[in-house]
Design a binder for this molecule. Structure first.
Ligand SMILES: [Fe+2]
Length: 322
């Protein structure tokens, strides 16, 4: 009798505890502090940037564990970002299983309303054919709320434009941008400079000659945008240097950690090229960058979304013209 009452009491307590916790959002990682933007009253756009997640198909894979922790960390804030950019190599081999696994992680741990994915060389070359690889990316883009039939598209968040470039052929490292995409890119740039706002270009591979210090001598053409890099560059040079707002060129691919060359503002006037580390392949996973847009400045704040630290050595302020 007493034993059965103790058992009933035990299950009643257990049920109460699980009931209470089931109402707490699952994105909260118990015991960890949350983070805040610098000025939550006046922020106009808040974006989290990550790259090179390299999702795998198995739940217990270390890359997937790091992705789950990173997404959890991005959403563990009083001020949920408006958008989350993944600058390519979302998957490791472009398989449906890898995409379904990262979709599950987003469903479970992410609260950011706008996800902006870009293809990387792994996403493009992962399957036997280009068409199969891109079809799997397009399915993932649809999961993110992006309607596109191609690996390139544009979208707008809070009035801020994001132009996403994508490769159209399977090369090992570089991208191939068709004439059709170049024409589209120029049209997008023409539109972007009419928004009277800063805007973003997302490209997995950096332009040649930017972040040049990263390149290994003799292999410098292996990690850039590809044969059309100069054409992309010349379109950017046509519209960006005289634009009254700064433009951000967001890349991944190189898998370097943060260092003094992470943000290249020298390559093209008024363009800030941001070379993101891999959020899963660096020694300390969870690396990314928060972009906070205010009326008078834009902050680029390197962050470890797993250890929940701002990386103070890599914080940049871009002052806006009055
Ligand atoms: Fe990568």
């Amino acid at each position: 009798m007493i034993f059965s009452r103790i058992t009933s009491l035990f299950f009643a307590i257990l049920f109460s505890i699980t009931s209470v916790f089931s109402f707490v959002p699952r994105t909260i990682w118990y015991g960890r502090e949350t983070y805040s933007v610098e000025d939550s009253e006046n922020i106009l756009l808040d974006v989290a940037l990550i790259a090179d997640t390299h999702s795998r198909s198995k739940y217990y894979n270390d890359f997937n564990k790091t992705i789950r922790k990173t997404l959890c960390g991005i959403s563990q804030t009083d001020n949920i970002p408006d958008a989350l950019v993944i600058a390519g190599d979302i998957s490791n081999a472009a398989s449906e299983e890898e995409y379904r696994m990262i979709e599950w992680s987003f469903d479970t741990f992410n609260k950011v309303p706008n996800i902006i994915p870009a293809t990387g060389n792994h996403d493009i070359r992962g399957r036997d054919t280009y068409e199969e690889s891109v079809a799997n990316f397009i399915d993932f883009a649809e999961f993110c709320g992006i309607e596109t039939e191609k690996p390139y598209y544009s979208t707008t968040v809070n009035g801020y434009k994001f132009i996403v470039i994508g490769s159209e052929e399977q090369l090992r490292l570089e991208a191939v941008v068709s004439d059709e995409q170049l024409t589209w890119f120029e049209e997008q740039m023409m539109d972007a400079v009419t928004t009277n706002k800063p805007f973003f270009i997302i490209s997995h591979q950096p332009m040649y000659n930017s972040h040049e210090v990263y390149y290994v001598e003799g292999a410098e053409k292996n990690h850039g945008l590809g044969a059309q890099s100069d054409k992309i560059e010349s379109i950017i040079r046509k519209y960006v240097p005289d634009y009254q707002y700064p433009v951000f060129f967001v890349t991944g691919h190189l898998h370097y950690s943060f260092d003094e060359n992470t943000v290249d503002s020298e390559f093209i006037k008024n363009l800030y090229s941001i070379s993101l580390p891999s959020s899963t392949k660096t020694e300390d996973g969870g690396l990314g960058m928060a972009v906070e847009v205010y009326s008078d400045r834009i902050l680029l704040r390197a962050r470890n979304y797993i250890t929940m630290e701002w990386l103070e050595d890599y914080q940049y302020t871009v002052e806006l013209k009055k």
